[in-house]
Design a binder for this molecule. Structure first.
Ligand code: ARG
Length: 447
């Protein structure tokens, strides 16, 4: 049962948050007169000593004491007799809720920094390859030409939303549950707002934010789930980005080379260089999705308020944090070290069929209804295929036999540079817009 029920093996990573919470709680107890200033100071001194010891790795964790909270309280009480008063008006139920909220604020800030680092690496690679065009894909079929940078800027949009989600989770974590005690508060005259202010649970104007229902405060695990969901969605993004890179780095595509530091050789095939970093990014996302599912399953059907099941909320949260953090660091390394093969990209994007939609739009500009234009271009594509020629090699007579709206200027459509320049609207891949977007990101990602 000891082995089964202990949590200190994993919740000890909350130790510094636990100490931070205890410092604030002791300050509040002194503030309302439940302990003396001398007792508060002795407790604070003891907590500072423990803090140093834990940070230095010299603290002896004991699974018999079950969790991080009991371990720290016992060690403290051994040294500071006044610490026997520290648990006044507090329960491990609101204590663990507090520790996790402090953890989430820290974790979300940390991940936002890591996302920015990855975004900067992607931006740098986009900026040093602005002249390169690649086919954009739908259904994994070559669809239309786009600047390589436009594709990378799409990744930045995804990462930006991820960062926004972590900011939101941090905001949701920013309510202090302390004072809810086991589930029904306390008869003692505590000052919850004081503790909240001490711990930085305040709104933009510095007003304290304390949770509004003691039962919900100890039962709620929404922030856990939201954090895991933010990691899971980030994981889906990381996995899609990774898949783009796995494809692009294959000899079939050959658009990019992943640096040696982020590739692995095969143990049997000497010619192989595998994109293991990207495959692992793809694989880790499964784990992140699983952690979210674990948490949802954990709380489903639990009666209010605290149940010991909830101790199992921590491993998936910590794992999601650790893995997401690593994933963004690896993405930064992979994206920053990409070598783009401009010749292979140019070859892939050279197929005039990629501009078939532009041909239809050429006809639209001549007054042909789009449906009719689409149909006509379908016919000339088939004609080119039947004659084994490129779409741009059909004669004027041939295309006019399909639709009389074709004029002598119809081949100007196949000028890639012009095709891109005409895509000048907001969000489009034309050079003016891409330059504008690059400048926007450069500014947004500057220190
Ligand atoms: N280790 C426990 C957890 O993480 C702390 C709260 C324990 N509360 C209790 N009433 N047993 O959930």
């Amino acid at each position: 049962m000891l082995k089964f029920s202990e949590s200190v093996s994993f919740d000890r990573r909350l130790a510094l948050f636990d100490i931070q919470g205890s410092r604030a709680h002791a300050a509040m107890l002194a503030h309302v007169g439940l302990i003396s200033a001398a007792e508060r100071d002795a407790i604070r001194q003891g907590l500072d000593d423990l803090h140093r010891e834990i940070e230095a790795g010299g603290f002896d964790w004991d699974t018999k004491l079950e969790d991080v909270h009991m371990n720290i309280e016992q060690a403290l009480t051994k040294r500071v007799p006044a610490a026997a008063k520290l648990h006044t008006a507090r329960s491990r139920n609101d204590q663990v809720a507090l520790d996790m909220r402090l953890f989430f604020k820290h974790a979300c800030a940390d991940l936002q920094v890591k996302i920015r680092c990855a975004a900067r690496a992607i931006l740098a690679t986009a900026e040093s390859n602005t002249h390169i065009l690649i086919p954009g894909y739908t259904h994994l079929q070559r669809a239309q030409p786009v600047p390589f940078a436009h594709h990378l800027l799409a990744w930045l949009e995804m990462l930006e939303r991820d960062a926004g989600r972590f900011a939101l989770v941090a905001d949701h974590a920013n309510w202090c549950p302390l004072g809810s005690c086991a589930l029904a508060g306390t008869t003692l005259p505590i000052d919850r707002e004081f503790t909240a202010c001490e711990l930085g649970f305040v709104d933009a104007r510095g007003r304290p934010r304390v949770t509004q229902n003691s039962m919900d405060s100890v039962a709620d695990r929404d922030v856990h789930i939201e954090f895991a969901a933010a990691c899971a969605i980030a994981g889906a993004h990381l996995s899609r980005i990774a898949e783009d890179l796995v494809l692009w780095s294959s000899s079939e595509f050959g658009f990019v080379t992943i640096s040696d530091a982020f590739s692995t050789g095969s143990s049997i095939m000497p010619q192989k260089k595998n994109p293991d970093s990207c495959e692992l990014l793809r694989g880790k996302s499964a784990r992140l999705h699983g952690n979210l599912h674990t948490l949802l399953t954990l709380v489903k059907g639990l009666p209010l308020t605290y149940n010991r099941d909830l101790q199992e909320d921590k491993p998936p949260v910590f794992d999601s944090f650790d893995q997401t953090s690593l994933c963004f660091q690896v993405l930064a390394g992979v994206a920053g070290g990409l070598k783009v093969d401009s010749a292979r990209c140019a070859k892939a994007v050279a197929d005039p069929a990629l501009l078939a939609t532009d041909v239809a739009e050429y006809l639209v500009k001549k007054g042909v209804p789009f449906r009719e234009a689409h149909h006509a271009v379908g016919a000339i594509v088939r004609l080119a295929e039947a004659n084994s020629t490129g779409l741009d090699e059909l004669t004027l007579a041939q295309v006019q036999s399909v639709h009389t709206a074709f004029g002598a200027d119809w081949t100007t459509v196949f000028d890639l540079r012009r095709a891109m320049a005409e895509r000048s609207g907001v969000g489009m891949p034309g050079p003016v817009q891409v330059r504008r977007q690059l400048a926007r990101w450069r500014k947004a990602l500057a220190d």
